[in-house]
Design a protein around this ligand. Structure first.
Ligand SMILES: O=C(O)[C@H](O)[C@@H](O)[C@H](O)[C@H](O)COP(=O)(O)O
Length: 241
């Protein structure tokens, strides 16, 4: 069963996850001299990244030993407001002066297929072509129960490789590039950050409803104790405590 961390307010959720980030980073750096983290995009984690870059946290992590990846990316230039890389650059990388060599972004100037292939290669090369095991994968949850860019009724849900694939979103007529569920599930730790009443139904579907990965793709993510959900009360309001 996944580990549920339910907090009264959004600020407490963010602090709880920031503390978990610091703990995971400290453990990884002590054991392996580095911390590899795949970041999530969207709006929820922006405040987390800003908190980690704030005076309250920035001294708690050896940032020069942290290597940043993206669990998914929109197929837009990294100057586009929809870019996850741009959001994280502003909220975390620039305030902490993270060196480019520590950041592994999707090259969205290439076609989605090419970008996914290149990114998959870059990741495998970073891990010396051994099994890719991120120390931490951060995830969000859409109100339609997607996570990363594992959207309902998309081909990537059936991908049996631990890799990076392009995802075409029919309804939005846009491409994304995303980790597959298997690549996410290889991580040492996985942490979901989900807050707000609007996510309550999705949280219930994913954590408690019968298995239906086409409708609730986040059910593809493993559910052992090293998978942590950081939730506020509103987002957790429909699950049996
Ligand atoms: O690129 C993205 O959009 C994210 O990786 C995506 O999976 C996100 O986590 C959910 O869509 C929730 O997004 P919000 O936090 O904006 O609700």
């Amino acid at each position: 069963m996944a580990t549920l961390n339910i907090f009264s307010t959004t600020d407490e959720v963010l602090t709880g996850l920031a503390d978990f980030f610091v703990q995971s980073a400290t453990e990884a750096i002590a054991e392996r001299e580095r911390f590899t983290v795949a970041l999530s995009g969207g709006s929820s984690p922006k405040k987390l990244y800003e908190l980690l870059a704030s005076a309250a946290y920035k001294e708690q992590v050896e940032w020069d030993k942290v290597y940043f990846f993206f669990g998914d990316e929109r197929n837009v230039p990294d100057t586009n407001p929809d870019s996850n890389a741009l959001m994280v650059k502003k909220a975390l990388f620039d305030p902490l002066n993270i060196a480019q060599q520590q950041i592994f972004k999707v090259n969205t100037l290439h076609s989605p297929d090419e970008a996914a292939k290149e990114y998959a290669y870059d990741i495998k090369a970073f891990f010396n072509h051994q099994e890719v095991v991120f120390d931490l994968v951060l995830l969000g949850l859409g109100d339609n129960s997607h996570t990363a860019s594992l959207f309902p009724h998309t081909d990537i849900l059936h991908d049996i490789s631990a890799s990076v694939e392009p995802v075409f979103l029919e309804d939005q007529q846009v491409f994304r590039i995303s980790f597959t569920a298997l690549l996410i599930n290889q991580a040492r730790y996985i942490a979901f950050l989900v807050y707000g009443q609007g996510k309550a139904e999705a949280v219930h579907h994913v954590l408690e409803d019968e298995r239906n990965i086409e409708e609730y793709p986040a059910q593809l993510i493993r559910t052992d104790a090293d998978v942590h959900w950081f939730l506020d009360e509103p987002a957790a309001s429909l699950i049996k405590k």
